[in-house]
Design a protein around this ligand. Sequence first.
Ligand SMILES: Nc1nc2c(ncn2[C@@H]2O[C@H](COP(=O)(O)OP(=O)(O)OP(=O)(O)O)[C@@H](O)[C@H]2O)c(=O)[nH]1
Ligand SMILES: [Mg+2]
Length: 359
Amino acid sequence: MKTGIIGLPQVGKTSLFRILTKAHLADHINPREAHIGVAKVPDDRLDRLAVLYNPKKLTHASVEYVDVGAIGQEALKESTYIGHLRQVDALAHVVRAFEDPAIPHVGEIDPLRDIKNVEFDLIVSDLGQIEKRLERLEKDLKKMKTAELEKEFELLKRAKAHLETEKPLREMQITLEDKKRIRGFMFLSEKPMLYVLNIGESADLGKELEAAVGKYKLTEVASRPNAAATAICGKVEAELSEMSDADAAEFLASYGLKESGLARLIRTTYHLLGLISFFTAGEDECRAWTIPAHTRAQEAAGAIHSDLEKHFIRAETIRWDQLLEAGSEANARAKGALRLEGKDYIVLDGEVMHIRHSG
Ligand SMILES: Nc1nc2c(ncn2[C@@H]2O[C@H](COP(=O)(O)OP(=O)(O)OP(=O)(O)O)[C@@H](O)[C@H]2O)c(=O)[nH]1
Ligand SMILES: [Mg+2]
Protein backbone atom coordinates (compact mmCIF):
# COMPACT_ATOMS: atom_id res chain seq x y z
CA MET A 1 0.00 0.00 0.00
CA LYS A 2 1.46 3.28 -1.14
CA THR A 3 0.58 6.84 -0.20
CA GLY A 4 1.68 9.72 -2.39
CA ILE A 5 2.77 12.92 -0.68
CA ILE A 6 1.53 15.87 -2.71
CA GLY A 7 1.28 19.61 -2.23
CA LEU A 8 2.27 23.01 -3.54
CA PRO A 9 5.97 23.98 -3.73
CA GLN A 10 7.89 24.43 -0.47
CA VAL A 11 5.17 23.36 1.94
CA GLY A 12 7.28 20.70 3.68
CA LYS A 13 6.63 17.55 1.61
CA THR A 14 10.20 16.31 1.53
CA SER A 15 10.73 17.21 5.20
CA LEU A 16 7.66 15.12 6.07
CA PHE A 17 8.84 12.27 3.87
CA ARG A 18 12.25 12.24 5.55
CA ILE A 19 10.85 12.03 9.05
CA LEU A 20 8.13 9.53 8.13
CA THR A 21 10.51 7.11 6.55
CA LYS A 22 13.61 8.13 8.48
CA ALA A 23 15.23 8.33 5.09
CA HIS A 24 18.58 10.03 5.06
CA LEU A 25 18.41 11.65 1.71
CA ALA A 26 21.38 13.55 0.41
CA ASP A 27 21.06 17.28 0.99
CA HIS A 28 20.99 18.16 -2.67
CA ILE A 29 18.27 15.90 -3.85
CA ASN A 30 16.46 16.52 -7.08
CA PRO A 31 13.03 17.87 -6.13
CA ARG A 32 11.53 16.56 -9.38
CA GLU A 33 12.56 13.01 -8.67
CA ALA A 34 10.21 10.74 -6.73
CA HIS A 35 11.49 9.30 -3.45
CA ILE A 36 10.02 6.09 -2.11
CA GLY A 37 10.33 5.00 1.50
CA VAL A 38 8.77 2.76 4.09
CA ALA A 39 7.30 3.94 7.40
CA LYS A 40 6.74 1.69 10.35
CA VAL A 41 3.16 1.84 11.68
CA PRO A 42 3.48 2.56 15.41
CA ASP A 43 1.35 0.14 17.40
CA ASP A 44 1.26 0.14 21.15
CA ARG A 45 -0.75 -3.11 21.19
CA LEU A 46 2.01 -4.99 19.40
CA ASP A 47 4.67 -3.44 21.64
CA ARG A 48 2.82 -4.70 24.69
CA LEU A 49 2.44 -8.20 23.24
CA ALA A 50 6.19 -8.16 22.67
CA VAL A 51 6.73 -7.47 26.37
CA LEU A 52 4.76 -10.64 27.13
CA TYR A 53 6.55 -12.86 24.60
CA ASN A 54 9.98 -11.28 24.55
CA PRO A 55 10.40 -12.43 20.93
CA LYS A 56 13.67 -12.60 18.98
CA LYS A 57 12.08 -10.41 16.33
CA LEU A 58 9.44 -7.69 16.42
CA THR A 59 7.86 -6.66 13.14
CA HIS A 60 5.47 -3.74 12.81
CA ALA A 61 3.16 -3.15 9.90
CA SER A 62 4.43 -0.70 7.35
CA VAL A 63 3.16 1.75 4.77
CA GLU A 64 5.03 3.10 1.80
CA TYR A 65 5.22 6.80 1.05
CA VAL A 66 6.20 8.41 -2.21
CA ASP A 67 7.41 12.02 -2.33
CA VAL A 68 6.66 13.06 -5.88
CA GLY A 69 7.60 16.75 -5.90
CA ALA A 70 5.43 19.85 -6.12
CA ILE A 71 2.08 19.54 -7.84
CA GLY A 72 0.60 21.86 -10.45
CA GLN A 73 -1.03 21.83 -13.88
CA GLU A 74 2.40 21.64 -15.53
CA ALA A 75 3.70 18.80 -13.35
CA LEU A 76 0.51 16.85 -14.00
CA LYS A 77 1.24 16.94 -17.72
CA GLU A 78 4.59 15.16 -17.21
CA SER A 79 4.18 11.47 -17.78
CA THR A 80 6.71 10.35 -15.16
CA TYR A 81 5.18 12.61 -12.52
CA ILE A 82 1.64 11.49 -13.17
CA GLY A 83 2.80 7.90 -13.55
CA HIS A 84 4.11 7.91 -9.97
CA LEU A 85 0.91 9.47 -8.68
CA ARG A 86 -1.34 6.98 -10.46
CA GLN A 87 0.43 4.08 -8.74
CA VAL A 88 -0.48 5.16 -5.22
CA ASP A 89 -3.48 3.99 -3.21
CA ALA A 90 -4.03 7.22 -1.32
CA LEU A 91 -2.82 10.82 -1.29
CA ALA A 92 -1.46 12.83 1.62
CA HIS A 93 -1.75 16.50 0.75
CA VAL A 94 0.69 18.59 2.79
CA VAL A 95 -0.80 22.03 3.30
CA ARG A 96 1.26 24.91 4.59
CA ALA A 97 -0.07 26.57 7.73
CA PHE A 98 3.26 27.69 9.23
CA GLU A 99 4.35 31.31 8.91
CA ASP A 100 7.88 31.85 7.71
CA PRO A 101 8.66 34.91 5.58
CA ALA A 102 11.92 33.29 4.48
CA ILE A 103 10.07 30.52 2.63
CA PRO A 104 8.02 31.67 -0.35
CA HIS A 105 4.38 30.74 -0.74
CA VAL A 106 1.62 31.68 -3.19
CA GLY A 107 0.18 34.67 -1.30
CA GLU A 108 -1.13 34.59 2.25
CA ILE A 109 -1.25 31.40 4.32
CA ASP A 110 -4.65 29.98 3.41
CA PRO A 111 -4.94 26.18 3.71
CA LEU A 112 -8.50 25.97 2.40
CA ARG A 113 -7.60 27.93 -0.75
CA ASP A 114 -4.56 25.69 -1.35
CA ILE A 115 -6.69 22.59 -0.90
CA LYS A 116 -9.24 23.83 -3.41
CA ASN A 117 -6.54 24.71 -5.93
CA VAL A 118 -4.81 21.34 -5.73
CA GLU A 119 -8.15 19.56 -5.87
CA PHE A 120 -8.95 21.53 -8.99
CA ASP A 121 -5.69 20.39 -10.61
CA LEU A 122 -6.53 16.76 -9.88
CA ILE A 123 -10.02 17.22 -11.31
CA VAL A 124 -8.70 18.85 -14.50
CA SER A 125 -6.22 16.01 -14.96
CA ASP A 126 -8.94 13.35 -14.60
CA LEU A 127 -11.27 15.27 -16.92
CA GLY A 128 -8.63 15.35 -19.63
CA GLN A 129 -8.19 11.62 -19.38
CA ILE A 130 -11.93 10.96 -19.46
CA GLU A 131 -12.48 13.17 -22.47
CA LYS A 132 -9.82 11.32 -24.43
CA ARG A 133 -11.31 7.98 -23.55
CA LEU A 134 -14.86 9.11 -24.37
CA GLU A 135 -13.77 10.23 -27.85
CA ARG A 136 -12.19 6.83 -28.45
CA LEU A 137 -15.26 5.01 -27.12
CA GLU A 138 -17.59 7.01 -29.32
CA LYS A 139 -15.65 5.87 -32.38
CA ASP A 140 -15.53 2.27 -31.21
CA LEU A 141 -19.24 2.20 -30.42
CA LYS A 142 -20.01 3.32 -33.96
CA LYS A 143 -18.10 0.32 -35.28
CA MET A 144 -19.38 -2.22 -32.81
CA LYS A 145 -21.77 -1.95 -29.88
CA THR A 146 -21.08 -4.20 -26.91
CA ALA A 147 -22.82 -4.06 -23.55
CA GLU A 148 -19.51 -3.53 -21.75
CA LEU A 149 -18.43 -0.62 -23.92
CA GLU A 150 -21.82 1.01 -23.46
CA LYS A 151 -21.61 0.64 -19.70
CA GLU A 152 -18.17 2.17 -19.66
CA PHE A 153 -19.38 5.02 -21.86
CA GLU A 154 -22.33 5.78 -19.55
CA LEU A 155 -20.15 5.57 -16.44
CA LEU A 156 -17.49 7.88 -17.84
CA LYS A 157 -20.14 10.36 -18.93
CA ARG A 158 -21.49 10.36 -15.40
CA ALA A 159 -17.98 10.79 -13.97
CA LYS A 160 -17.38 13.67 -16.37
CA ALA A 161 -20.58 15.44 -15.31
CA HIS A 162 -19.60 14.94 -11.68
CA LEU A 163 -16.11 16.38 -12.22
CA GLU A 164 -17.58 19.33 -14.09
CA THR A 165 -19.31 20.37 -10.87
CA GLU A 166 -15.74 20.64 -9.46
CA LYS A 167 -16.17 17.64 -7.21
CA PRO A 168 -13.52 14.90 -6.99
CA LEU A 169 -14.39 11.34 -7.95
CA ARG A 170 -13.85 10.15 -4.37
CA GLU A 171 -17.15 11.85 -3.61
CA MET A 172 -19.10 10.19 -6.42
CA GLN A 173 -21.56 7.44 -5.50
CA ILE A 174 -20.47 4.32 -7.29
CA THR A 175 -21.30 0.62 -7.21
CA LEU A 176 -18.58 -1.93 -6.56
CA GLU A 177 -18.98 -3.19 -10.11
CA ASP A 178 -18.48 0.30 -11.57
CA LYS A 179 -15.54 0.89 -9.28
CA LYS A 180 -13.85 -2.15 -10.82
CA ARG A 181 -14.79 -0.90 -14.27
CA ILE A 182 -12.81 2.33 -13.83
CA ARG A 183 -10.00 0.97 -11.68
CA GLY A 184 -7.64 0.77 -14.63
CA PHE A 185 -7.75 4.53 -15.17
CA MET A 186 -6.26 5.14 -11.70
CA PHE A 187 -7.98 8.51 -11.50
CA LEU A 188 -6.21 10.93 -9.17
CA SER A 189 -9.30 12.56 -7.69
CA GLU A 190 -10.69 9.13 -6.86
CA LYS A 191 -7.93 8.30 -4.37
CA PRO A 192 -8.66 8.63 -0.65
CA MET A 193 -7.26 11.93 0.60
CA LEU A 194 -5.56 12.87 3.83
CA TYR A 195 -5.02 16.59 4.39
CA VAL A 196 -1.90 17.19 6.46
CA LEU A 197 -1.74 20.65 7.97
CA ASN A 198 1.86 21.64 8.59
CA ILE A 199 1.56 24.14 11.44
CA GLY A 200 4.12 26.40 13.07
CA GLU A 201 5.86 25.87 16.38
CA SER A 202 4.25 27.13 19.55
CA ALA A 203 4.67 26.62 23.27
CA ASP A 204 1.21 25.06 23.46
CA LEU A 205 1.66 22.73 20.52
CA GLY A 206 -0.50 19.95 21.99
CA LYS A 207 -3.56 22.20 22.00
CA GLU A 208 -2.65 23.83 18.68
CA LEU A 209 -2.47 20.46 16.94
CA GLU A 210 -5.84 19.44 18.35
CA ALA A 211 -7.44 22.70 17.29
CA ALA A 212 -5.73 23.12 13.90
CA VAL A 213 -8.29 21.34 11.69
CA GLY A 214 -11.07 23.54 13.08
CA LYS A 215 -9.00 26.70 13.17
CA TYR A 216 -8.13 26.49 9.48
CA LYS A 217 -11.74 25.57 8.59
CA LEU A 218 -10.97 22.07 7.32
CA THR A 219 -13.65 20.28 9.35
CA GLU A 220 -16.04 20.25 6.41
CA VAL A 221 -13.61 19.03 3.72
CA ALA A 222 -12.25 16.42 6.12
CA SER A 223 -15.72 14.99 6.75
CA ARG A 224 -16.40 14.30 3.06
CA PRO A 225 -16.34 10.73 1.74
CA ASN A 226 -12.89 9.14 1.65
CA ALA A 227 -11.17 12.13 3.20
CA ALA A 228 -9.57 12.94 6.56
CA ALA A 229 -7.40 15.64 8.06
CA THR A 230 -4.63 15.74 10.62
CA ALA A 231 -2.08 18.29 11.77
CA ILE A 232 1.64 18.02 12.38
CA CYS A 233 4.44 20.41 13.14
CA GLY A 234 7.17 19.47 10.69
CA LYS A 235 9.84 21.36 12.56
CA VAL A 236 9.18 19.68 15.90
CA GLU A 237 8.81 16.27 14.26
CA ALA A 238 12.18 16.70 12.59
CA GLU A 239 13.78 17.38 15.96
CA LEU A 240 11.96 14.43 17.52
CA SER A 241 13.12 12.01 14.87
CA GLU A 242 16.74 12.68 15.82
CA MET A 243 16.20 11.84 19.51
CA SER A 244 16.36 8.68 21.58
CA ASP A 245 12.99 7.29 22.71
CA ALA A 246 13.46 8.55 26.27
CA ASP A 247 14.42 12.05 25.15
CA ALA A 248 11.55 12.09 22.68
CA ALA A 249 9.04 11.20 25.40
CA GLU A 250 10.31 14.03 27.60
CA PHE A 251 10.29 16.45 24.69
CA LEU A 252 6.69 15.49 23.79
CA ALA A 253 5.58 15.98 27.37
CA SER A 254 7.15 19.43 27.46
CA TYR A 255 4.89 20.40 24.53
CA GLY A 256 1.85 18.83 26.18
CA LEU A 257 1.78 15.96 23.65
CA LYS A 258 1.00 12.31 24.31
CA GLU A 259 2.38 10.99 21.05
CA SER A 260 4.14 12.37 18.04
CA GLY A 261 1.98 13.83 15.28
CA LEU A 262 3.71 11.41 12.99
CA ALA A 263 2.35 8.37 14.80
CA ARG A 264 -1.12 9.78 14.41
CA LEU A 265 -0.57 10.64 10.78
CA ILE A 266 0.57 7.13 9.89
CA ARG A 267 -2.36 5.58 11.73
CA THR A 268 -4.80 7.92 9.99
CA THR A 269 -3.37 6.92 6.61
CA TYR A 270 -3.79 3.29 7.56
CA HIS A 271 -7.46 3.81 8.44
CA LEU A 272 -8.12 5.92 5.37
CA LEU A 273 -6.83 3.04 3.26
CA GLY A 274 -9.39 0.81 4.99
CA LEU A 275 -6.68 -1.34 6.55
CA ILE A 276 -6.56 -3.15 9.88
CA SER A 277 -3.93 -5.27 11.63
CA PHE A 278 -4.00 -8.68 13.17
CA PHE A 279 -1.09 -10.12 15.09
CA THR A 280 0.84 -13.33 15.32
CA ALA A 281 2.70 -13.80 18.56
CA GLY A 282 5.35 -16.24 19.66
CA GLU A 283 8.83 -16.44 21.08
CA ASP A 284 10.40 -16.23 17.64
CA GLU A 285 8.46 -13.29 16.37
CA CYS A 286 5.67 -10.91 17.25
CA ARG A 287 4.29 -9.39 14.12
CA ALA A 288 1.52 -7.19 12.77
CA TRP A 289 -0.10 -8.21 9.47
CA THR A 290 -1.99 -5.82 7.27
CA ILE A 291 -5.37 -6.75 5.80
CA PRO A 292 -8.34 -4.79 4.47
CA ALA A 293 -11.18 -4.45 6.99
CA HIS A 294 -13.84 -7.19 6.60
CA THR A 295 -11.39 -9.85 5.48
CA ARG A 296 -12.31 -13.52 6.02
CA ALA A 297 -10.00 -15.60 8.23
CA GLN A 298 -8.89 -17.79 5.35
CA GLU A 299 -7.85 -14.81 3.22
CA ALA A 300 -6.19 -13.21 6.24
CA ALA A 301 -4.07 -16.35 6.58
CA GLY A 302 -2.96 -15.69 3.01
CA ALA A 303 -1.39 -12.42 4.15
CA ILE A 304 1.09 -14.55 6.10
CA HIS A 305 1.64 -17.20 3.47
CA SER A 306 -0.34 -18.50 0.50
CA ASP A 307 0.09 -22.08 1.80
CA LEU A 308 -1.71 -21.14 5.02
CA GLU A 309 -4.63 -19.94 2.96
CA LYS A 310 -4.66 -23.02 0.77
CA HIS A 311 -4.47 -25.52 3.65
CA PHE A 312 -6.47 -23.46 6.14
CA ILE A 313 -8.39 -25.44 8.76
CA ARG A 314 -9.20 -23.03 11.57
CA ALA A 315 -7.97 -19.89 13.23
CA GLU A 316 -7.38 -19.79 16.95
CA THR A 317 -8.07 -16.23 17.91
CA ILE A 318 -8.22 -13.82 20.83
CA ARG A 319 -8.27 -10.04 21.22
CA TRP A 320 -4.81 -8.64 22.07
CA ASP A 321 -5.97 -7.14 25.39
CA GLN A 322 -7.71 -10.35 26.46
CA LEU A 323 -4.50 -12.23 25.83
CA LEU A 324 -2.53 -9.73 27.90
CA GLU A 325 -5.11 -9.95 30.65
CA ALA A 326 -4.88 -13.75 30.70
CA GLY A 327 -1.11 -13.47 30.93
CA SER A 328 -0.38 -16.38 28.61
CA GLU A 329 -1.97 -18.44 25.85
CA ALA A 330 -2.28 -21.41 28.20
CA ASN A 331 -4.25 -19.32 30.70
CA ALA A 332 -6.42 -17.88 27.95
CA ARG A 333 -7.18 -21.38 26.68
CA ALA A 334 -7.99 -22.59 30.19
CA LYS A 335 -10.36 -19.64 30.64
CA GLY A 336 -12.03 -20.40 27.32
CA ALA A 337 -11.02 -16.97 26.00
CA LEU A 338 -9.27 -18.49 22.97
CA ARG A 339 -11.85 -19.00 20.22
CA LEU A 340 -11.73 -21.39 17.28
CA GLU A 341 -13.05 -19.73 14.14
CA GLY A 342 -13.73 -21.10 10.66
CA LYS A 343 -12.69 -19.82 7.24
CA ASP A 344 -15.56 -17.32 6.89
CA TYR A 345 -14.91 -15.61 10.19
CA ILE A 346 -14.41 -11.86 9.70
CA VAL A 347 -11.13 -10.89 11.35
CA LEU A 348 -11.23 -7.85 13.64
CA ASP A 349 -8.59 -5.20 14.21
CA GLY A 350 -6.22 -6.17 17.02
CA GLU A 351 -6.84 -9.92 17.14
CA VAL A 352 -4.04 -12.35 17.79
CA MET A 353 -4.31 -15.40 15.55
CA HIS A 354 -2.81 -18.84 15.17
CA ILE A 355 -3.64 -20.44 11.87
CA ARG A 356 -4.18 -24.18 12.01
CA HIS A 357 -3.45 -25.77 8.69
CA SER A 358 -2.94 -29.09 7.00
CA GLY A 359 0.05 -28.03 4.88
N1 LIG B 1 9.28 27.16 9.62
C1 LIG B 1 9.09 25.97 9.08
N2 LIG B 1 9.75 25.64 7.98
C2 LIG B 1 9.54 24.44 7.41
C3 LIG B 1 8.63 23.50 7.96
N3 LIG B 1 8.61 22.40 7.17
C4 LIG B 1 9.48 22.65 6.19
N4 LIG B 1 10.05 23.88 6.32
C5 LIG B 1 11.06 24.50 5.46
O1 LIG B 1 10.48 24.79 4.20
C6 LIG B 1 11.42 24.58 3.15
C7 LIG B 1 10.85 23.59 2.15
O2 LIG B 1 10.74 22.33 2.77
P1 LIG B 1 10.65 21.01 1.91
O3 LIG B 1 10.34 19.89 2.84
O4 LIG B 1 11.80 20.86 1.02
O5 LIG B 1 9.36 21.36 1.06
P2 LIG B 1 8.81 20.62 -0.24
O6 LIG B 1 7.34 20.74 -0.18
O7 LIG B 1 9.40 19.28 -0.37
O8 LIG B 1 9.38 21.58 -1.38
P3 LIG B 1 9.46 21.26 -2.96
O9 LIG B 1 9.75 19.82 -3.14
O10 LIG B 1 10.52 22.16 -3.45
O11 LIG B 1 8.11 21.65 -3.48
C8 LIG B 1 12.68 24.08 3.80
O12 LIG B 1 13.55 25.17 3.95
C9 LIG B 1 12.22 23.58 5.16
O13 LIG B 1 13.23 23.68 6.13
C10 LIG B 1 7.95 23.87 9.17
O14 LIG B 1 7.14 23.12 9.72
N5 LIG B 1 8.22 25.11 9.67
MG1 LIG C 1 10.39 18.34 -1.98
